[in-house]
Design a protein around this ligand. Structure first.
Ligand code: ZN
Length: 499
């Protein structure tokens, strides 16, 4: 056999070029979502489309393939190995699908997203149905390419978002959720309602901005390596650990909305900023996966950010800024209100307890779309039935029902479960963390940095150089186990409602 004589250094120019395009596209995207004027969008999107083609071919080309095939892998260090593993995966993914079909699919989803927008506005599912039907069919075709022998088609789609998590894991997870959380929800509905009316008084936006900036700083958000701006829907983006950007959205008559999104996006940001410099501007210089990312944001938002210990050192500052609105509200009342449960129609506005039930509806529908031949016209009815059965609410129209999320129109079928997995990862991590750190005590003393340092040591620093399952096992000593999440919810909400 011929000796492999290519070196990793020969890949460097290609990788650098890829990262340069990647940075440019992300900056354009950030700009489009925060400061660009309204009429710029179409033109910027065209330019970004061209750059994203360039980004693709910068990496996926015959030269890179040849170097990879003849690469002497013996002397590679751990960073290079991680990058190479990722690069191989990118090749596998792109080679699995004929190039023209990828282009066709992108075009289809762009048309279908437009149709979705219009249909949602006019509350008319029939305008969207033919597009959704095509998207589902195309997605099934694409899933067929990556499907492994003997596995199910929906598994192939799930794998595209959260590697190595399958129907088997999710069925077990949601079955348990259904059995344990729905009865708990019914009991809560019979308990006395929590008063949170003080959240919806007038809260000056400039003052809210000041508090949210303080909050981000308090959490440890590094402003030398990050920016906070405003956008319609809060999000986090970043191209490496020295440039991480988050947004929030302020409402005059809703105080917790901006606060909780700052904590949520702040959690994503701490993850990105905590990645090791060894991975900066490389293929593995980002979070390990969607679910792992979401586990960090939700850990900060829900597990910590809605706890009394977290608010103990912060609440005096907040009441000082809003004495008229909060002067008569005790810390305990404030935190209780943050944990109010109210089953409702819209996923993005849901509370911590009911959130995963929203995901369960989508999961069950996705499975049907992909695994059974169900006519799209029947989906809204199924959606409504499930909302009534699990959440006890019924959408008045399809805009607040099946058309509320953009995901399916964009072809993201199989993505929703990663949100639920993120919550479950967070609870499993928390379970172990509590054995090793006095979490509440640290929070009461304002030492949140010690909690972040723990996550940095076990999760953040590795970026995408390790798989989520590997990170979870190394930290918790066991495989993924959703029981911790169910137990966490039961314990917490039984206590909040004094059941
Ligand atoms: Zn998030």
């Amino acid at each position: 056999m011929e000796k492999k004589n290519r070196t990793f250094q020969e890949l460097a120019p290609y990788l650098d070029r890829y990262m340069a395009y990647h940075t440019a596209i992300n900056i354009m995207d950030w700009d489009a979502n925060t400061t660009a004027p309204e009429e710029a969008s179409e033109y910027t999107a065209r330019a970004a489309g061209i750059l994203s083609q360039e980004r693709f071919t910068a990496l996926i080309n015959p030269q890179v393939k040849e170097i990879m095939q003849n690469l002497d892998e013996d002397g590679l260090d751990t960073v290079q190995k991680a990058i190479l593993r990722r690069l191989k995966k990118e090749f596998e993914k792109s080679e699995a699908v004929p190039a023209n079909e990828m282009g066709e699919f992108t075009e289809l989803t762009s048309r279908s997203t437009n149709a979705w927008q219009k249909a949602k506005k006019e509350q008319d599912f029939s305008l969207y149905a033919p597009y959704l039907e095509k998207v589902i069919a195309y997605k099934k075709k694409l899933g067929g390419y990556s499907r492994k022998d003997g596995s199910r088609l929906y598994d192939a789609l799930l794998d595209g978002y959260e590697e190595s998590f399958h129907i088997e894991d999710l069925d077990r997870f949601f079955d348990k959720l259904k059995k344990e959380i729905i009865p708990l929800l019914r009991r809560i509905e019979e308990a006395e309602e929590i008063d949170d009316s003080f959240f919806y008084l007038d809260y000056d936006i400039e003052k809210q901005k000041e508090f949210n900036r303080y909050l981000a700083e308090y959490m440890g958000f590094d402003f030398k390596r990050g920016v906070i701006a405003e956008s319609e829907h809060p999000f986090t983006t970043g191209w490496h650990n020295h440039d991480v950007r988050i947004t929030t959205h302020y409402y005059k008559n809703n105080l917790p909305s901006a606060i909780l999104s700052t904590i949520h996006e702040g959690g994503h940001a701490l993850y990105e900023q905590g990645i090791s410099d060894a991975f900066t501007q490389t293929l593995v210089g980002e979070g390990a996966s969607c679910a792992m990312h979401e586990s960090q944001s939700r850990f900060y938002e829900n597990i910590i950010g809605r706890s009394e210990a977290f608010w103990e050192p912060l609440y005096p500052k907040l009441t000082e800024m809003f004495p008229e609105q909060l002067g008569q509200v005790s810390l305990r009342q404030f935190v209780r209100a943050l944990n109010k449960v109210k089953a409702d129609l819209i996923r993005t506005e849901s509370d911590e307890l009911t959130y995963c039930l929203h995901i369960m509806v989508r999961y069950e529908l996705e499975k049907k779309m992909v695994e059974e031949e169900i006519p799209v016209e029947e989906l809204p009815k199924l959606w409504n039935q499930k909302y009534e059965e699990y959440l006890g609410v019924k959408p008045g129209n399809d805009a607040e029902g099946i058309m509320q999320d953009v995901h399916w129109s964009m072809g993201d079928i199989g993505y929703f479960p990663s949100y639920a997995l993120g919550n479950a990862f967070a609870a499993q991590i928390y379970h172990t963390m509590k054995k090793e750190l006095p979490v509440d005590e640290l929070l009461r003393q304002g030492k949140i940095s010690e909690i972040t340092a723990y996550l940095r040591e076990h999760i953040h620093q590795y970026g995408a150089s390790r798989e989520p399952r590997e990170l979870l096992k190394a930290l918790t000593g066991e495989e993924f186990n959703a029981d911790y999440y169910i137990d966490y919810l039961k314990e917490k909400f039984t206590q909040v409602y004094g059941l």
